[in-house]
Each structure stands twice: as structure tokens, then as C-alpha cells.
Design a binder for this molecule. Structure first.
Ligand SMILES: C[S@@+](CC[C@H](N)C(=O)[O-])C[C@H]1O[C@@H](n2cnc3c(N)ncnc32)[C@H](O)[C@@H]1O
Length: 170
């Protein structure tokens, strides 16, 4: 959840749901805790890798992963991070949703071509389909209404940092 900016916005708009913000950095959690006073928000200063497997199976309506660290989504470490998203799949209710916002950059930080972006999007989609998800939607960029510290930062260079949003259903 980073500093919890997006978490706070989403939780304010949907008072009947409980939102759990997960963040490894203690500093980010302290920032979020000092700002967010909503009764439907729980902040967990833990690694999502450790926490998510402890949730009851088929108990979660939706996971929202916004700009996870590359080690949890990049092409080189697919076999490692896939295990985590398999666990996300188990924890979702039937027809629950995983919304993933992630980004592609070039190793030398050159602009990312349309061909490279399209091949990457195909690969990313196929990873999640192989885990049992179905695709409900795909768009370039983050959802327009989403504001977070990292979305703001990454949106500043759209030729070199190309984002994608995948909406995936169980
Ligand atoms: C690129 S930032 C995105 C933060 C936020 N979603 C945003 O859009 O501002 C990635 C965040 O993931 C956190 N993080 C890295 N590994 C984590 C883990 N294993 N469990 C929980 N949070 C983690 C980092 O501390 C960092 O705040």
C-alpha cells in the first residue's frame, strides 16, 4: 500500500467493506496510520508473502496490487513470484478479482516501443491465465481515478515507464 493514499481513497468510497493495507516498510505504515482514521481500514506492517497465505481460503473479494516491487512481477523471476499469486488465487472468493497495476521499463532506460510493450503484455497476461485467472479487462496505464505516490512518480515519464492494468477474475 505504500503510504496508503490509494487505500484511504478506496476505503472512504466503500464504507461497507474492510480494506487491509499491507506494507513491509515500517516508515510507510507509520505515515499511513498517522493519517488514516477510517474504521474500515486495517494496516498490516508485514510482508504480503507471509501474510496472504494466512488468510482463509476463498475469503477475499478483491486484491489490488499497485506497482509491486519488480522481484514480485518481473520476467526473470516468474517462477518465484507465480507461487505468491497462486496463493492470491486460493484466497479469492469465487469470481473474486485481482487488479494488478505494473510497469515495464527498458534495462538501459530507453523509451519502450509499442512492439516490446505488446509482447510484454501478452506474456504477463499468459502468466495469470496459467494460474487459473480469467481476463476481465486490460488497459494501458493505471486506472484514471487512482492516485498514489508511485503512480504519480511513474506517470511522469510515460515513454520510459509504461504501465498496464490487468483486471483478473477467479
Ligand atoms: C513501488 S512501491 C508502490 C507503493 C504503492 N502501491 C504506491 O503506488 O505508492 C512498492 C512498495 O512495496 C513495498 N514492499 C516491497 N516488498 C514488500 C513485501 N514483501 N510485502 C509488503 N510490501 C512490500 C515497498 O516497501 C514499497 O512501499
Amino acid at each position: 500500500m505504500g503510504d496508503g493514499t490509494l487505500l484511504e481513497t478506496l476505503a472512504k468510497q466503500d464504507c461497507n467493506s474492510i480494506y487491509i493495507g499491507i506494507e513491509l516498510s515500517n516508515e510507510q505504515c507509520v505515515q499511513a496510520q498517522s493519517r488514516i482514521t477510517l474504521s474500515n481500514v486495517i494496516i498490516m506492517n508485514r510482508s504480503f508473502e507471509d501474510l496472504v497465505p494466512t488468510f482463509q481460503d476463498e475469503s477475499i473479494d478483491q486484491f489490488i496490487a499497485v506497482l509491486p516491487d519488480p522481484i514480485f512481477i518481473d520476467e526473470k523471476r516468474e517462477e518465484q513470484w507465480k507461487l505468491f499469486y497462486k496463493s492470491v488465487h486460493y484466497k479469492l472468493k469465487k469470481e473474486g478479482r485481482l487488479q494488478l497495476v505494473t510497469e515495464l521499463t527498458d534495462e538501459l532506460f530507453q523509451p519502450v516501443s509499442d512492439d516490446r510493450y505488446s509482447a510484454w503484455a501478452d506474456w504477463l497476461r499468459s502468466c495469470f491465465l496459467s494460474l487459473g485467472f480469467t481476463l476481465a479487462g486490460q488497459q494501458e496505464g493505471a486506472p484514471r481515478q487512482y492516485v498514489s505516490r508511485c503512480i504519480k512518480q511513474f506517470s511522469g515519464d510515460p515513454e520510459r515507464i509504461r504501465m498496464i492494468t490487468l483486471d483478473l477474475l477467479k
